[in-house]
Design a protein around this ligand. Structure first.
Ligand code: DQA
Length: 141
């Protein structure tokens, strides 16, 4: 589970849009979902594009899939999109807010075309729904 920039500020950051839960709360909840699905989950956040690219590349040797909330990099990062395409691991894009209901610049995702799907708008539940979708996809293979 990769989290992009400013998601470390959850709880304090625009709570009317992103909710009151901290990233630590979301991590703890997702860990419970992972345990109930009997999968191993690693939770990571960075404010730096290149660090996220490094993590995606490293995932190839370590994991079977990627769950990612790229934050603002969703709308700007060809590098993150290319890294996901390069490793070719099934990837699910998640967003707390419904990006399609917000400013025009948030309505384009560089990540969506290389993801198996996108979950957007369910608050912290987007993470759980994304993990369930990813695991179901992997198990159906
Ligand atoms: C976000 C939506 C992005 O547009 C924004 O830049 C974020 C959070 C979300 O989870 O709703 O940082 O990815």
């Amino acid at each position: 589970m990769l989290n992009g920039p400013n998601l470390n500020m959850l709880g304090k950051r625009e709570p009317t849009i992103y909710g009151a839960r901290t990233l630590q709360d979301i991590s703890s909840e997702l860990e419970k979902t992972a345990a109930s699905l009997e999968v191993l989950l690693t939770f990571f956040q960075s404010n730096h594009e290149g660090v996220l690219v490094d993590k995606i590349q490293a995932a190839l040797a370590l994991y079977q899939g990627i769950l990612i909330n790229p934050g603002a990099y969703t709308h700007t990062s060809v590098a993150i999109r290319d890294a996901i395409a390069a490793v070719s691991l099934p990837t699910v894009e998640v967003h707390l807010s419904n990006v399609h209901q917000r400013e025009a610049f948030r309505q384009h995702s560089y990540i969506a075309p290389v993801a198996i799907g996108q979950i957007s708008g369910f608050g912290s539940d987007s993470y759980r729904l994304g993990l369930e979708g990813l695991v179901q996809h992997l198990r159906s293979k």
